[in-house]
Design a protein around this ligand. Structure first.
Ligand SMILES: CC[C@@H](C(=O)O)C(=O)SCCNC(=O)CCNC(=O)[C@H](O)C(C)(C)COP(=O)(O)OP(=O)(O)OC[C@H]1O[C@@H](n2cnc3c(N)ncnc32)[C@H](O)[C@@H]1OP(=O)(O)O
Length: 256
């Protein structure tokens, strides 16, 4: 199984990607798992959903390039991108607090998953980057649109356009990371939620609904879907296939 769903004390539901050797890259099984976790999190006994990755090296390295490299055309790419895009929209609009517990490197779609959560707790000095630009594509799971909802637009646009890898500390200073910690563990989540957990869940849900209402009025899903379409167009083009081949060839030459 490429993921785990655990319910911890205090009604916290943890979704963990368990593909440490692949830096917790997202394949179709992980997508299905995240969808299940979101459905489970809607039940009354769950107060908050936490998304994380197994091990200390990576939170998530984005889409599994060895698996998704087989998708060549715009429509093949759109099918995959929109599948995950819909899941990230569901995650963003879950009427309960959601937290990305960033235990290690988060790049590409890994940053999109983190952005779909309400809050981000990250290990100090961890690397994060919306690196899609370096693969000649844009964000494709709706995470670029969500980033522009989370941080000041000029900062979000700079982060997306540079396609660079930043330290968690610098993304904390621009408000993308909510809490830096030395040790990424369940205690860090409990400390972060300490005050919130004393508040009745109907109040937390009502506050979350205020942001969801704004997103409904500003057609968030339509904007995310436009991002998926744009990414699919770029995906089909040669520069993207060349960039992915370069990553996969590096892997082959490392193995020699
Ligand atoms: C597809 C959706 C799209 C979106 O809409 O957002 C994206 O997500 S695009 C972005 C895709 N992701 C990437 O380009 C990241 C690729 N990975 C890396 O740059 C690095 O692996 C890392 C994440 C910075 C970690 O570096 P390091 O700790 O040095 O590990 P290795 O590079 O040696 O990787 C170990 C192992 O894991 C495999 N791996 C890592 N990331 C992916 C991935 N995204 N897809 C598939 N496989 C991945 C890597 O190939 C190594 O495998 P082995 O050689 O078999 O050990």
């Amino acid at each position: 199984m490429d993921y785990r769903i655990d319910v911890e004390g205090h009604g916290l539901l943890y979704f963990t990607i368990t593909r440490e050797s692949k830096r917790n890259a997202v394949n179709f099984q992980v997508m299905e798992g995240l969808k299940k976790a979101i459905e489970r999190a809607k039940e009354d006994d769950i107060k908050a959903l936490v998304v994380t990755g197994e091990g200390e090296r990576a939170f998530c390295s984005g889409g599994d390039l060895s698996e998704f490299h087989a998708l060549k055309t715009e429509s093949e790419a759109y099918e995959m991108l929109s599948k995950m895009g819909k899941i990230l929209y569901e995650l963003a609009t879950l009427p309960k607090p959601t937290i990305a517990l960033i235990n290690g490197t988060a790049v590409g779609g890994g940053c999109e998953i983190a952005t779909a959560c309400d809050f981000r707790i990250a290990r100090r000095n961890t690397k994060l980057g919306f690196i899609q630009g370096s693969l000649a594509i844009t964000t494709g799971w709706g995470g670029g649109t969500l980033l522009l909802e989370r941080v000041q637009p000029s900062i979000g646009l700079k982060i997306l356009s540079e396609a660079a890898v930043y330290k968690s500390d610098s993304l904390h200073s621009v408000g993308f990371i909510d809490q830096l910690v030395d040790h990424v563990n369940k205690e860090a989540v409990e400390v972060f939620l300490e005050k919130m957990s004393t508040i009745h869940s109907s109040v937390l849900s009502a506050y979350k609904q205020t942001i969801i209402r704004k997103w409904l009025e500003t057609n968030l899903y339509t904007r995310m879907e436009q991002e998926m379409r744009t990414c699919a167009i770029l995906w089909e083009r040669e520069p993207h296939h060349e960039a992915v081949a370069q990553f996969l060839n590096k892997k082959k030459s490392k193995a020699k």
